[in-house]
Design a protein around this ligand. Structure first.
Ligand code: BGC
Length: 376
């Protein structure tokens, strides 16, 4: 504990902290009882160079996950680890089995991008008991002690930026209010979907209350506007129904809060099919098709969460364990997973509109050239 506190004090001075990576010292004797089962977090774990590292990714619901697969494979292999990087496209059971098999293969760290953050407790507890360190990646895992750290972009801030962009876009493109809008949220099983929505509503609710914004469908709760599985067809279906029911005739739809780019494009398809004008619509992930749409003046905004940065931060945490150091942490308050506050390293998301796209993506090897096509 002393070591941990010393680290905390030293690093907090520059706005950072660090936690001991895991609960027990590594042992090479597989038969030795592991102190990890006690769940303490005051001893530093050391993993060996070349250790097996498991990365359990969810489904390919957006481009950032596909990019992460590639970056983890390359980054971990280049750093000398033995990487097992797997998607669980058929769902939660597959992801549970994958984690079990990573443990069987001796994984020393398991990085988890959960499909359903509440359904991995027993697998992760088992992994922890085997001595593995558990890093929640991008999505928090809920209701379990068996998670050492969370590495993500600041999800609440993503929502705040989306809500702010929607208001700015409405003022810029739709004249004076009041404005008619609709809300879309992400998947209820993804722990990120709630902070995205709450962050956005922290900006939008006061404007609904003062009459600047009207949600014509009346659907304003997370449950009413959530999109199961982050699936485009689910968002499109709901928008079809809302448009047919609440926007018949000349009722105009000025704006849509969309939590990511995939769902933004789905909603725009519904709007187009309903014969309405293009609304101001937000997004997230900086997917290529949406960045093009932004440059063409259709989608209003997206969020840039550079996956290279997130994967690099995760691999840096693993490297810290390989040198018997502490996992870098800069937040010890925000992420309560139901049984504990999970120490987190939060990166800063950026809002992107047509105005700042060229600057924001200048260094991005995929998006830089996409945006450059629209220059001049
Ligand atoms: C990620 C988003 C992504 C969504 C759907 C979330 O957990 O944070 O970036 O759009 O999953 O894949």
């Amino acid at each position: 504990m002393k070591r941990q506190l010393t680290g905390l004090i030293a690093l907090t001075a520059v706005g950072m902290a660090a936690i001991a990576g895991c609960s027990s010292e590594r042992t090479d004797d597989a038969a030795a009882p592991s102190a990890a089962t006690t769940g303490g977090s005051d001893a530093t774990v050391c993993i060996e160079p070349g250790s097996v590292i498991g990365v359990a990714l969810p489904q390919k619901t957006s481009e950032n996950w596909v990019l992460a697969e590639d970056l983890f494979n390359t980054g971990l292999t280049d750093a000398g680890y033995e990487a097992i990087v797997q998607f669980a496209n058929s769902g939660v059971t597959e992801q549970q089995n994958q984690i079990d098999s990573m443990v069987e293969r001796g994984a020393k760290v398991i990085v988890v991008g959960a499909i359903d953050g509440s359904q991995l407790g027993s697998q992760l507890e088992n992994a922890k008991a085997s001595g593995a360190t558990i890093l929640a990646y991008d999505r928090l895992v809920k209701n379990t002690e068996a998670v050492d750290a969370y590495i993500a972009f600041d999800n609440y801030q993503v929502g705040v930026l989306q809500g702010t962009a929607l208001l700015e876009g409405l003022a810029a493109r739709k004249g004076d209010g009041p404005y008619n809008i609709e809300l879309i949220a992400g998947s209820p099983d993804d722990a990120n979907a709630t902070p995205f929505f709450e962050g956005a509503m922290s900006v939008l609710q006061p404007k609904i209350d003062d009459g600047t914004l009207t949600v014509v469908s009346g659907q304003t709760t997370f449950e009413q506007v959530a999109t199961q599985g982050w699936k485009a067809e689910n968002a499109q279906k709901r928008m079809d129904t809302v448009l047919a029911g609440s926007y018949a005739g000349d009722v105009k739809l000025d704006g849509i809060l969309s939590p990511n780019d995939t769902l933004a494009r789905a909603a725009l398809t519904a709007v187009e099919q309903a014969g309405k004008d293009v609304p101001v619509i937000t997004g997230q992930d900086s997917e290529v098709e949406s960045v093009k749409s932004i440059m063409e003046g259709v989608q209003y905004s997206t969020i840039y969460k550079d996956t290279r940065e997130l994967v690099a931060q995760t691999i840096a945490s693993i490297d810290a364990l390989a040198s018997c150091g502490d996992i870098p942490i800069n937040d010890t308050e925000q992420y309560d997973n139901g049984v504990k506050i999970v120490p987190a390293f939060l990166l800063t998301p950026k809002i992107v509109t047509q105005d700042n796209a060229a600057d924001t993506y200048a260094e991005d090897p995929t998006l830089g050239p996409v945006v450059a096509e629209y220059a001049g």
